[in-house]
Design a protein. Structure first.
Length: 195
């Protein structure tokens, strides 16, 4: 790095062909850019991959709790996690395999099994019964609360395409975005979770 000075001491100091003022201006621009794009403690992003009721509930509890604390929350649903957002099934115009996947996957959080001891749906029924007895919200109620709390809900466009899920099958208020939407949110979040 060449530093040029005038022997009289009157010429401005130059570094790599830039004056000190230009270097300071460049550094201020870089600092501003870093501040704008640095992860924020008041921002959280959850990637929900699972369609297991217990895992989805954990994600929605974290999302709604964070939102109630003033944290900006984004939940990105991909592959099996898309089933959380499904409200209905639309078969018209779908390929045979898309219809088969649709028939084999749950529609919404209240129709999901649990990750352990599902026992053909008995485990999920027991968990829901215990939750109701303890006055804990259902999966659908937590999803509604997340929307009401301002949690941003994004469905993965590529996964929707692969699995044959259409936007009209999703509950209202769902955005659709690609992996770049998730990465953009996650890169600026102080908390990121994969569920």
């Amino acid at each position: 790095m060449a530093i040029q000075t005038d022997t009289t001491g009157t010429a401005p100091l130059e570094v790599q062909g830039l004056s000190v003022e230009e270097r300071i201006a460049n550094l201020e621009q870089e600092m501003l850019h870093l501040r704008e794009n640095a992860p924020r403690a008041d921002k959280a992003t959850l990637l929900i991959f699972s369609s297991d009721l217990d895992k989805v509930l954990a994600g929605l509890v974290i999302a709604t709790t964070a939102a109630s604390m003033g944290i900006e929350v984004t939940c990105y649903f991909t592959f099996w996690g898309l089933n959380v957002l499904k409200e209905k099934r639309v078969y018209g115009g779908k390929a045979v395999m898309e219809r088969m996947i649709d028939l084999m996957t749950p529609t919404g959080p209240d129709h999901m099994g649990v990750s352990r001891m599902n026992m053909g749906g008995a485990g999920a029924a027991m968990l829901k019964h215990m939750m109701k007895g303890k006055k804990v919200l259902s999966g659908a109620e937590f999803l509604h609360l997340a929307k009401e709390s301002g949690v941003r809900l994004i469905a993965c466009s590529m996964s929707m395409d692969v699995m044959g899920i259409r936007q009209e099958e999703l509950t209202d208020g769902i955005e659709v975005g690609g992996a770049a939407a998730y990465l953009g949110e996650a890169s600026r979040s102080g908390v990121t979770l994969f569920i």
